[in-house]
Ligand binder design. Structure first.
Ligand code: IPE
Ligand code: IPE
Ligand code: MG
Length: 255
């Protein structure tokens, strides 16, 4: 297997993203191409989750956020939703020990109120088990949507105003961000979506404001180490400007 290692290409840790966010898409189409039921694609996709978690941990990436199930995905056929919920539970039960051994801190973001008690318990246990780990922070977005996140943060902020603890006129970005699901973590530097779709699909709307976006036609179950490396190389070649000019950024970097 010929691989392209960004470090071998002279790309040091400074050009690696701190936080990668991924929309793992294309499981259904992968299955369809193989004349298999959609559920077979979801099953196969678990292997790609393992691959990307290992690849990020190996490279010292600090945070990985994976979109596993969106709020809008409840509208899918009931059998598919049921299969996905079972798959989450099984994958969690079979993977958590290994994640813990590898110092991964597992967290979940999303509403999650509609999940089964069994799944909620397993998620809470995995979270507690790995809470003090200091390696890769792995956020799994389940029953998540970016609009839901912004709305729930707004409600919590509004309650503070109602209680007289905060003045509406003085609300800052920091006041707002403290209530968002990913508070305390760096914003994603690199976003990856597989399957050729070039949209955000209600993922991290607030946090993706300045994220570099990478799209690949590869379907999620076909993910390889090379695709991850290609995304990292793409990232290392971007000049992030955050509204400044390119020249300003260059002089900042050389200072
Ligand atoms: C992503 O793959 C998995 C989930 C949304 C849970 P899809 O199931 O969306 O696959 P396609 O887009 O139909 O190929
Ligand atoms: C987004 O994928 C959600 C997840 C990958 C979990 P979808 O496949 O549901 O998104 P759309 O509907 O094609 O935009
Ligand atoms: Mg899809």
């Amino acid at each position: 297997m010929s691989t392209v290692n960004p470090h071998q290409n002279g790309l040091g840790a400074a050009s690696l993203p701190h936080h990668i966010a991924i929309i793992m898409d294309g499981n259904g189409r992968w299955a369809k191409r193989k004349h298999l039921p959609r559920t077979a694609g979801h099953h196969a996709g678990v292997e790609s989750v393992r691959l990307v978690v290992e690849a990020c941990a190996k490279r010292g990436i600090e945070v990985l956020t994976l979109f596993a199930f969106g709020k809008e995905n409840w509208q899918r056929p009931v059998q598919e939703v049921g299969y996905l919920m079972e798959l989450f539970l099984k994958a969690l039960e079979s993977e958590v020990k290994k994640l813990h051994q590898n110092n991964v801190k597992l967290q979940f973001i999303g509403d999650c109120s509609a999940l089964s008690d069994k799944l909620k318990t397993s998620m809470a246990q995995s979270n507690a088990l790995t809470a003090s780990n200091t390696g890769l922070v792995l956020n799994i977005a389940v029953d998540y949507s970016g609009r839901w996140d912004i709305l729930q943060a707004s409600k919590r902020l509004a309650k503070q105003v109602e209680a007289g603890q905060l003045k509406a006129d003085t609300i800052s970005s920091a006041d707002f961000e403290q209530y968002l699901c990913l508070h305390g973590l760096p914003e994603p530097d690199l976003f990856i979506r597989t399957s050729g779709e070039q949209r955000i699909s209600n993922f991290l709307l607030w946090q993706l404001a300045y994220t570099e976006l990478y799209f690949t036609d590869v379907l999620w179950p076909d993910l390889t180490e090379e695709i991850i490396e290609e995304a990292l190389i793409f990232y290392s070649n971007r000049q992030r400007r955050f509204g400044f000019t390119g020249e300003q950024m260059e002089s900042q970097q050389s200072a």
